[in-house]
Ligand binder design. Structure first.
Ligand SMILES: Nc1nc2c(ncn2[C@@H]2O[C@H](COP(=O)(O)OP(=O)(O)OP(=O)(O)O)[C@@H](O)[C@H]2O)c(=O)[nH]1
Ligand SMILES: [Mg+2]
Length: 619
């Protein structure tokens, strides 16, 4: 009988940022952690496992990339703490896999030499060998292995079986069952390290080919102050145009299916509470959000392509001056850009910012970047109130309005950053790595989009659904009195709440139906759309249920109200999940509280001005 080894070693993947650690981790463990072509993608430790041929279970730890084991940023500190056994909740690893980028060995070998001092069993994985081969970089793995006195393997983390050699090397690694005591590091001088690296490169690497020619050529345009900036603006604009024009027909299909389902239930079920709950509460509510799936997918398509191509750090360079003028560090660019997807990963990736004050400012303004959950709200109101007419022949007016809303968020963020900026701040040059351009990996792109579809539909099917059922009950009971002049919802618990809130929000043009929707909208912003769907489905007299949300609000809101609501959502105090992440990252309640209050204030002010000005001009 075979005995299965019971000891499951903990192996940590360590190395420079952007060398492919997470790609390897995903390959080994079947996980789907985020992989992208810029430094600082992974900012927290992630654990996974795989079972090797011998039956042994290995625990694999993916860590944030680091340039040296002497950490300077909060994400690097995590890596340092884990590998030296000082992390509070993580045991010291039993072995290390040092991942290096074959096209950037000079930097990779530096950290390999540093890690070697920890005296842990270690394998060197020379990754990106496909790229190195193309560039005719020859690496003598045997010589490197002999010089470093450790197994050296080549890997291609983006190719099937690209990790096989690493698995084989791990199996052969002599592992001790008892843990080493935490190592005390004796820092080697930078000069000494450099000397050793130079020697290794001389003995083991034959690199006569120049660096990527393509990258240099493309950069001449993309990093050009005028051409590059124009291209950046064009790209951003393209995204918003695409969100509206490409999404049209898939949205029609979803809308028709949702409506068809509603009609089917309405016709085939007998009248009663259950039918109302299903058609008005669930289909009217969750269905109203589901329609926006295509727009979300298109937005993420662009984000993922930009992330994987290597464009993002370049955009950070282009905008560094502009950001510096309001006191933001160029490093804030990527966290802020990620916040367009969702503020939560954006806020987490501020861990790559070294200066605590810079980091705090970035956290505080991250929610002003329009997250994808707000897209349904914008899209709903824009589609209902902004005519779908072309301007200058090619641009759509709806896309332009969406662009302006995003821009309004960005400009207010810069204003807030400027207000928070320390007055005597010395500016320092932006040090960011520019990775080589890469074709976005199709599998990655597909997985990334699938992940988004899954997250979105899960939200529709769980939190939004649950809230809509609750809202439906609150909006249906108690029923209308006998002499009712309004629809029943007006007299319900939710109706009373909405009418109470209307006192506060009437000056900015919100009716009681909108006020009801604002409350569950705090759980997640797209819920506001679902809630409007339910509330308006219930506000209907008689049997004209077939009407979907968009024509309903077009009939019942004035244009100033619609504009005011758009302005509200540029600032709309963020969802509870964001606040709890701010609490965690800043370690206090102070900043989430400041954040809610200042955003609420700004939202109210912006809506008030918008409403009043619109009333003045539009009557
Ligand atoms: N061609 C090629 N690309 C690779 C390989 N390994 C990783 N990549 C790509 O390199 C980029 C960086 O990969 P990640 O796995 O995110 O790198 P990381 O080391 O986890 O980076 P951080 O989390 O920022 O420290 C991605 O665009 C990957 O698709 C490889 O072997 N060959
Ligand atoms: Mg990573």
């Amino acid at each position: 009988m075979n005995t299965v080894p019971s000891f499951s070693p903990l192996v940590a993947l360590v190395g420079n940022p952007n060398c492919g650690k997470t790609a390897l981790f995903n390959r080994l463990t079947g996980a789907r952690q985020k992989v992208a072509n810029f430094a600082g993608v992974t900012v927290e430790r992630k654990i996974g496992r795989y079972v090797s041929g011998s039956g042994r279970t290995w625990q694999i730890l993916d860590l944030p990339g680091t340039y040296s084991i002497n950490a300077s940023t909060p994400d690097e500190q995590i890596t340092q703490a884990v590998i030296t056994g000082q992390h509070q909740s993580e045991a010291m690893p039993d072995a290390l896999v040092c991942v290096v980028d074959a096209t950037n060995l000079r930097r990779g070998l530096r950290i390999a030499l540093e890690l070697k001092q920890l005296n842990l069993p270690m394998v060197l994985a020379v990754n990106m060998m496909d790229v190195a081969d193309k560039r005719k970089i020859q690496i003598d793995l045997n010589a490197l292995s002999a010089a470093l006195a450790m197994p050296v393997v080549e890997t291609v983390a983006v190719r099937a079986q690209g990790e096989a050699s690493l698995l084989a090397a791990l199996e052969k690694l002599p592992l001790r069952l008892e843990k080493n005591p935490p190592a005390t590091l004796e820092p080697t001088s930078a000069l000494e390290l450099q000397k050793q690296v130079n020697q290794l490169l001389k003995d083991c690497v034959n690199n006569s080919a120049p660096a990527s020619v393509w990258t240099e050529k493309i950069d001449r345009i993309i990093l050009h102050p005028i051409l590059g900036t124009a291209l950046f603006l064009f790209l951003m604009f393209l995204v918003f145009q695409a969100v509206f024009s490409w999404a049209e027909w898939p949205m029609e299909i979803i809308k028709a299916s949702v409506e068809g389902l509603g009609d089917l239930l309405h016709e085939n079920m007998s009248e009663g509470v259950l039918r109302d709950l299903l058609t008005q509460g669930i289909i009217g509510g969750s269905g109203a959000v589901l329609v926006f799936l295509p727009q979300i997918v298109i937005l993420f398509f662009f984000i993922l392509v930009l992330e994987d191509s290597g464009y993002l750090p370049r955009a950070a360079f282009l905008l560094d001056r502009l950001m510096g003028s309001v006191g933001l560090s160029g490093r804030a660019f990527i966290p802020l850009l990620s916040s367009f997807a969702c503020a939560i990963p954006g806020i987490m990736s501020t861990r790559t910012i070294q200066n605590p004050r810079d980091r705090l400012i970035t956290i505080m303004i991250a929610p002003l970047m329009t997250c994808s959950a707000r897209l349904p709200v914008y899209a709903l109101i824009i589609a209902a109130f902004i005519p779908n007419k072309p301007i200058l022949g090619i641009l759509s007016l709806q896309g332009l309005v969406l662009f302006i809303l995003y821009l309004a968020g960005i400009l207010s963020a810069m204003l807030v950053a400027w207000v928070m900026k320390p007055r005597n701040k010395s500016t320092h040059a932006l040090m960011l790595e520019l990775p080589d351009y890469r074709w976005p990996n199709l599998r990655n792109l597909g997985l990334g989009l699938w992940e988004r579809i899954r997250i979105f539909t899960t939200r529709v099917g769980t939190i939004i659904l649950a809230l809509m059922v609750l809202l439906w009950f609150l909006s249906s009971f108690p029923g209308a009195p006998d002499n009712a002049t309004h629809p029943a919802i007006y007299y319900s618990i939710a109706g009373m709440l909405g009418r109470g809130l209307e006192v506060i929000f009437a000056p900015i043009g919100f009716n009681w139906q909108i006020c009801i929707a604002l409350v569950p909208g705090m759980a997640a912003r797209e819920v506001a759309v679902a809630a409007l769907g339910t509330v308006y489905a219930l506000s209907q007299h008689g049997d004209n249920l077939a009407q979907t949300l968009q024509p309903l609000i077009a009939q019942s809101w004035s244009l100033p109200t619609a504009l005011s609501l758009l302005a509200w959502f540029v600032f709309a105090p963020q969802c509870i999940a964001t606040l709890s992440v701010v609490k965690r990252e800043t370690n206090s309640w102070r900043y989430p509280l400041i954040m809610v209050s200042y955003l609420f204030g700004l939202a109210y002010l912006a809506s008030f001005l918008t409403y009043r000005i619109a009333l003045f001009f539009l009557g």
